[in-house]
Design a protein around this ligand. Structure first.
Ligand code: AHR
Length: 519
């Protein structure tokens, strides 16, 4: 079995330590001298769907709104996302993508047709935010666009034309339109998803039918003017292992750069009653953590399936929708999926990113759902006001792992138990950056106790300088509100000391995420 998978399994099944030499309750061992594969920065990607107040009244605001803007793009949001080095942004959906006709969103905004967003609230959109506005947003964010193309209600010609409009350098009717619309140079988009949730809102297809359709559509996703399209096939929902098997069997592998996976955390386990985003007891706290950690089981199982068909691991697993999904905030539009974001969400984000880092031999891209004002957001807005969520601060803290080399880590820890169920109370990932600095990110999900922990850096002759950062709060229901935007944020962490040549001992507060930087 691959050692990285073994590390992952240990994380899930970690058990109590009985080590006389080390009184710590938790021992983390990092193979400090054996850097492995690169953790792609694209694992830290985000998602902006035409859903609720993500695009309209999120990124794209009314000209009269009294905030700094570039055109109608809201710059306080852009600056916040630039501060976390957002690597890519997926757009325009989600379910919306399979009803989106890209031609409705180009040219003079005054002549763009009004269309109905049938998936999300049945509202009318004026299409003032379209392809060129999205590309401008990505330019301001300094991130790569990841376009999710319509397979449900558009033709393969629509896909080919869209890519010609975006990427072709020479003269054509479509590139003439792009020039008229203010962009003479090709955009050079590389990430293209073909179909979204084709097993559900994207066409209710069987995997066999989808695989055939993908084979056809992808052939028209051409590499114009030297810009290579990284084609991403629609993969399974949660545990639909058969979908993955059929796609990998029926689609020639050279046709796809990656295949997606969607998995949402539902704290109650009940899609009909997902629970409040801020008012919940320990059962729903525990359920949220346990169901988020299930991502590791999924990645373990999908890695095994993918290894069977693609042993040299060329195909990327792209987890392009993940995060906690709760009931909407009362009295908000149920079709807008607006939820708050608590300390529980921060722990879910950090634990999931630890899992992605540890599975970066296969997971090369991921997108949290969704960036602004929808589901597990980074940023929430209320007219001119804006706040950064606890999840945002985790993405900020974890920037150090972007494009760093994974250091294999194992954790031996106690369980956090509720009733008959349990999860490991600590999880971890570690990496080494291009300057030789190591970063170890450690999560304590136990709300009841601080945990003495030792981090052993195997293969390191002597530890140099150490510094630390922490995100924590007294209660898992704590959150940043518009009246108290700084309740949960990153602060300095000093509760550690060197022990011998290669060990750091520290005390992890309850409900905390700590990143140590070790030279
Ligand atoms: O993120 C919200 C929705 O969840 C997306 O539109 C869809 O792809 C998924 O079901």
């Amino acid at each position: 079995m691959d050692k990285t998978i073994l590390a992952g399994l240990l994380l899930l099944t970690g058990s109590a330590v009985a080590n006389a030499a080390t009184p710590a309750t938790t021992v983390i061992t990092v193979q400090a001298d054996q850097p492995r594969q690169t953790i792609s920065r694209h694992i830290y990607g985000h998602f902006a769907e035409h859903l609720g107040r993500c695009i309209y009244d999120g990124f794209w605001v009314d000209s009269n709104l009294n905030v700094e803007k570039d055109g109608r793009i809201r710059m306080d949001i852009v600056n916040a996302l630039r501060n976390i080095d957002i690597p890519n942004l997926r757009w325009p959906g989600g379910c919306y993508a399979d009803e989106y006709q890209w031609r409705d969103g180009i040219g003079d905004p005054a002549t763009r047709p009004a269309t109905v967003n049938s998936n999300w609230g049945g509202i009318t959109e004026d299409n003032s935010f379209g392809t060129d506005e999205f590309m401008k947003l990505c330019d301001l964010l300094d991130c790569e666009p990841y376009i999710s193309a319509n397979m449900g209600t558009a033709t393969s010609k629509d896909l080919r034309d869209w890519i010609e409009y975006l990427n072709y350098k020479g003269d054509s009717y479509l590139t003439g339109l792009r020039k008229e619309n203010g962009h003479p140079e090709p955009y050079g988009v590389s990430f293209f998803g073909i179909g979204n949730e084709s097993w559900g809102c994207g066409g209710h297809m069987t995997p066999e039918h989808y695989a055939d359709e993908f084979r056809k559509y992808q052939g028209y996703a051409r590499d114009y003017s030297g810009f290579k399209i990284n084609k991403i096939a629609c993969g399974p929902n949660a545990t639909d292992y058969n979908w993955m098997e059929v796609c990998l069997k029926n689609i020639p592998h050279y046709m796809m750069w990656g295949i997606s996976l969607h998995y949402y955390t539902i704290a109650t386990g009940d899609w009909g009653k997902k629970g409040s985003s801020t008012q919940f007891g320990e059962d729903e706290y525990f359920g949220g953590i346990k169901n988020a950690l299930f991502m590791e089981t999924l990645l373990n199982n999908y890695s095994a399936i993918m290894d069977k068909y693609d042993p040299s691991r060329k195909i990327a697993l792209v987890v392009d929708e993940w995060g906690i999904w709760t009931d909407v905030i009362p009295e908000t539009n149920p079709g807008f999926l607006y939820q708050q974001n608590t300390m529980r969400d921060a722990l879910i984000a950090a634990s999931t990113l630890n899992i992605f880092n540890n599975y970066s031999f296969r997971v090369r891209m991921a997108n949290l759902a969704q960036a602004i004002n929808v589901l597990q957001s980074l940023v929430l807005t209320d007219k001119e006001r804006m706040l950064l969520t606890p999840t945002y601060h985790i993405f900020k803290m974890y920037k150090v792992h972007h494009d760093a080399s994974l250091l294999q880590s194992t954790v031996s820890t106690n369980d956090y138990k509720l009733g008959n169920e349990s999860v490991p109370e600590v999880n971890v990932s570690a990496s080494k950056d291009s300057n030789g600095k190591m970063h170890v990110s450690i999560v304590n999900v136990n709300p009841h106790k601080s945990i003495d922990t030792e981090v052993i850096l195997n293969g390191l002759a002597a530890i140099g300088d150490i510094s630390g950062e922490i995100v924590t709060s007294a209660a898992y229901t704590d959150y940043n509100s518009f009246d108290d935007t700084g309740k949960i944020t990153i602060t300095e962490f000093n509760d550690f000391k060197k022990k011998g040549n290669n060990t750091v001992s520290l005390n992890l507060p309850p409900l905390s995420v700590v990143t140590l930087e070790i030279q």
